[in-house]
Design a protein around this ligand. Structure first.
Ligand SMILES: Cc1ncc(COP(=O)(O)O)c(C=O)c1O
Length: 366
């Protein structure tokens, strides 16, 4: 493609830090991972940040520490990546799919409220593509109904609501460092929480159930755990990027502002709304258009890589109604967003001239 959709940010500092880890011979999780966790916690402003091998296992671990299991319901927006819902079934609970709001593409708060039952233990909102969730509404519902909020913050490093960063808004949040995210370790994730006891349990769970280690001989295994560690090698990649995150975010927001400035007045292009107190991190820049598939095909044929947004889960066999999956209310806005969302190229080195080429092609074809 002449203009790709995204491109990981890999500079000399990333290469140098990875080489240092390789030279050290300490390749598994260790001091570089801890340094990365501290940098992430400092940026987010959260009390605990645990690096894990991807966001999916981070979400699963979050449900496990909240003791979510058979008989419990977890509300998930229908328009998301399948991992958000899969983890609910993986821990044996029932996933309840609700509609999104087509204006924001995020969970519809009225649909969420209508889906709540005495079995609702957790709500998993998704800050999809880096878009901020309305935590005023979420917290008001949480107060009324008493559920936990586990944010699927896979795309939301740098996203904010009311001056607080994602990762510091929910009971537990899980981030992804998959390569389409602008902070990427190839594969990787991060779980954050303000709760000391949950952090301690998750830290043990991701280390085979180990208790606080003194020496190897003294090691105790307190719980049945698993291995969700992140290696020093991957953490070195993330650490180099996190040290530049303000600059990376500033550039993305500048590029997004250019798309908004040139596309906002277009009569056939809709830019999803964000709440007044929200700040987008633009993991991806998404628009809604008619004839999305034709436009996508023609832009790709002309050398511009564009992509759909996410998935309407209820259309897939795994998430049709079954013992572990319930659909609540209409899912028509999820269908609408699935059929109309288009993501445009966005990466650090993308120039304004390239953006203008994308914009002109899009406007010609729309
Ligand atoms: C919204 C959402 N949730 C979960 C995931 C899964 O993240 P990971 O690949 O790190 O497991 C992704 C990945 O792209 C995602 O976009």
């Amino acid at each position: 493609m002449r203009i790709p959709l995204s491109k990981p940010f890999i500079n000399e500092d990333v290469r140098r830090r990875v080489a240092e880890v390789l030279d050290s011979g300490y390749l598994t999780e260790g001091p570089v991972t801890q340094e990365f966790e501290q940098t992430c916690a400092g940026f987010i402003g959260c009390r605990h940040a645990l690096a894990v091998c991807n966001c999916t296992v981070g979400l699963e671990m979050a449900l496990r520490v909240l003791e979510v299991g058979p008989g419990d319901e977890v509300v998930v927006p229908d328009y998301t990546y399948p991992a958000t819902a899969s983890v609910v079934n993986i821990v044996g609970a029932t996933v309840v799919l609700v509609d999104v709001d087509r204006a924001t593409t995020l969970i519809d708060m009225d649909a969420l409220e209508a889906a709540i039952t005495p079995q609702t233990k957790v709500v998993m909102p998704v800050s999809l593509l880096g878009a901020p969730l309305d935590y005023d509404r979420l917290n008001a519902l949480k107060e009324t109904y008493g559920f936990f909020i586990v944010e699927d913050a896979a795309c939301a490093m740098g996203t904010e609501f009311g001056g607080k960063k994602a990762g510091n808004l929910a009971d537990i949040s899980a981030f992804s460092f998959y390569p389409r995210k602008f902070i990427t370790t190839g594969e990787g994730g991060l779980v954050t929480t303000p709760n000391d006891a949950w952090a301690e349990w998750m830290d043990s769970y991701k280390h085979f159930g180990m208790g606080r280690q003194t020496t190897r001989e003294d090691t105790v295994f307190d719980i049945v755990g698993t291995n969700y560690k992140m290696s020093n090698i991957l953490a070195a990649v993330g650490q180099a990027q996190m040290l530049m995150i303000d600059e990376l975010l500033f550039r993305r927001r500048e590029q997004a502002a250019h798309y908004v400035e040139r596309l906002a007045g277009h009569p056939r292009i809709i830019i999803p709304a964000i709440p007044e107190q929200g700040l987008h991190s633009y993991q991806a820049f998404c628009i809604l258009i008619e004839e999305r598939d034709r436009v996508m095909r023609e832009m790709r044929a002309a050398g511009v890589e564009v992509q759909i947004g996410s998935y309407a889960l209820h259309r897939h066999s795994a998430f049709r109604p079954h013992a572990g999956c319930r659909h609540s209310g209409s899912l028509e806005d999820s269908d609408y967003v699935f059929e109309h969302a288009l993501t445009l190229p966005l990466y650090h080195e993308l120039t304004e001239e390239q953006q203008d080429q994308v914009i002109e092609m899009l406007c010609r074809l729309t």
